[in-house]
Design a binder for this molecule. Structure first.
Ligand code: PRP
Ligand code: HPA
Length: 179
């Protein structure tokens, strides 16, 4: 285990089993719909890469970057589009792929934006849900795990751009971000 990690919450095996399960479920839900899977960069990149390989249906991928956290652990409350989609979404079934929903600010903003572009449907799959931190009414359509109110890193999730490449998800030691 990495020295900066206090505790492993979800092992690589547990994550991969869940991804396989979600991929199977989404394959059934989106059969015949050629969904556009939208990865919210950067945190969702490992989850998106693993998830689409478990979806056994035709689909397309696109990438979007929005930022509300800046470099550290507090949401700024202001959502900014850093990179927009390359694909027109009008009439498309879009599935937003997220690593974590915390306050829900990022996704509330994103879903409103996408629905305003007249999608046929706009749903969300998140690997992690931290419902205790929610300040919006947002609920994911598909969710992997609920996590407690702790700052978690790994499998895409960062602290100051570090730890995204850990294959597991762990709680960061408080001394790392309290200095
Ligand atoms: O529900 P919220 O409170 O809005 O938080 C969730 C968002 O915060 C993180 O992204 P971040 O802005 O840190 O960018 P990153 O994915 O590049 O790390 C995470 O990947 C979600 O997109
Ligand atoms: O717990 C978290 N870890 C990393 N990034 C995050 N963005 C929202 N919550 C978190």
């Amino acid at each position: 285990m990495h020295d900066d990690i206090q505790e492993i919450l979800l092992s690589e095996e547990v994550i991969q089993n869940k991804v396989r399960e979600l991929g199977k479920q989404l394959s059934q839900e989106y059969e015949g719909k050629n969904p556009l899977c939208i990865c919210v960069l950067k945190g969702a990149a490992p989850f998106m890469a693993d998830l689409v390989r478990r979806m056994e249906i035709p689909l397309e991928m696109d990438f979007m970057a929005v930022s509300s956290y800046g470099a550290y652990t507090q949401s700024s409350g202001v959502v900014r589009i850093v990179k927009d989609l390359d694909t027109p979404v009008e009439g498309r079934h879009v599935l937003v792929v997220e690593d974590i929903i915390d306050s829900g600010l990022t996704l509330s903003y994103l879903l409103e934006l996408l629905r305003g572009r007249n999608t046929a449907s706009a749903k969300v799959v998140t690997l992690l849900d931290k419902p205790t931190r929610r300040t919006t009414g947002l609920k994911p359509d598909y969710s992997g795990f609920e996590v407690p109110d702790a700052f978690v890193v790994g499998y895409g999730l960062d602290y100051a751009e570090k730890y995204r490449n850990l294959p597991y998800i762990g709680v960061l030691k408080e001394e790392i971000y309290s200095v």
